[in-house]
Design a protein around this ligand. Sequence first.
Ligand code: ARG
Length: 264
Amino acid sequence: MKKLFRAIALVLTFVMLGILLGGCATTPTVDKIKEDGKLVMLTNAAFPPYEYTSGGEVAGIDVDIAKEIAADLGVKLEIQDMPFEGIINAIKSGKGSFGAAGMSITEDRKKNVDFSIEYAQSKLFVLVTDTETEIKTPDDLNDMTIGVQTGTTSDTYATDVEGAQISRYGNFLDAAQALKSGKVRAVVVDELTSNEILAANPELVRLDEPLADEGYAICVQKGNTTLLDAINATLTRLIESGKIQEFMDNNVTGLAESSEEPVG
Ligand code: ARG
């Protein structure tokens, strides 16, 4: 009997070890990243000015930051564009090195990933059409149809609005189109992206009163401290040297530019 227990204990030990080692194998530590020679950024590139496509390339504030992290590590940067709501799970399972997607720090997300230091502050705002007469403050959203991007903090916020029906889109630009065409009465969206949407769509307006204050950070797999430390070191340097502000200034016209009519 004793022997049997010992045998079972031994088998269990090996199984546990296997799981642990297997877990380690998928963790993109700094050593692993240097070995591979590349840093893989997961994002959802329809969130100007943080990420957008320009001339077939992904650009934006987060891309500028990621390039600096890659340079500091001496590796090249690869960007993978994917649905926003899949980023946390992908990072959790070791796909990609980090998530950089204008991602707000939330308690819920902290259960699944580790966040870097905060590199930007934001607020959620409500957009409506300029013919809207009933929605004047966020309190008027009750019982309305609200457009959001799936899996974002806007989604969480809107889902809590009493009686509201939520229409979920793959990105905020599609949600803004739905607002223009009357499919939804309002869109809840992050501050800088709302600026971009307003610049490109003169028939949309923003309510003065913001809904919530948020902070953006980069996420890594839980416990990946070597990478988190490297990211935080680069972010600290970029924040202190005013570089992040420079990236913000350089990327503000992403959407407005790409939707502009060609001159001449
Ligand atoms: N800040 C919001 C959030 O964390 C929206 C981010 C959307 N980002 C994107 N790249 N589409 O939920």
